[in-house]
Unconditional design. Structure first.
Length: 161
């Protein structure tokens, strides 16, 4: 009985001590695993390119891209929701855990960079990039805000005449 109590105490003490990671959850229409090769067919880099369908243009448009740095980033089939999920630590300090769900996936081997070609159709600064901070979890900024209660602005009552 003492051994079980020690085990529970250890489990409970470690549950509260792990840091909570920010999680950004996104959905795109298509994810492409692109293997870019030079003119001699040698691998140069691998990247994930995320696309949204544009009904106005009747084509997929690049939303964002990320270099493929580890096999954990490769989209995997989501048998529950359908589609494909890619999960990885993103950001300059790898401080943001990102999950991108795509309805479709394709894998290509090219001697050109599809993301660069797409800039002719939609400039990089006009793209709807992936979220910078998660919306469903408090950000680092929200955790460091002052403890004073902010004043809430109220709307004047316009129902009385």
């Amino acid at each position: 009985m003492g051994n079980t109590a020690c085990t529970w105490a250890l489990l409970l003490s470690t549950c509260g001590s792990s840091p909570i990671e920010d999680l950004a959850v996104e959905e795109v229409d298509l994810v492409e695993i692109n293997h870019f090769h030079d003119e001699l067919g040698r691998p140069v880099f691998d990247q994930l390119i995320f696309y949204d369908w544009s009904p106005r243009e009747s084509r997929y448009q690049v939303r964002a891209f990320r270099m493929l740095k580890s096999p954990q980033q490769i989209p995997r089939r989501n048998w529950v929701d359908g589609g494909f999920d890619s999960i990885w630590h993103d950001g300059q300090a790898n401080d943001l855990l990102r999950r991108v769900h795509a309805r479709q996936m394709r894998e290509t081997w090219t001697q050109y960079d599809p993301e660069l070609v797409e800039r002719e159709f939609l400039a990089k600064d006009r793209r709807r990039d992936l979220k910078k901070l998660p919306l469903n979890v408090p950000s680092q900024l929200a955790r460091t805000r002052p403890t004073a209660t902010p004043q809430v602005a109220t709307r004047p009552d316009t129902t009385r005449k």
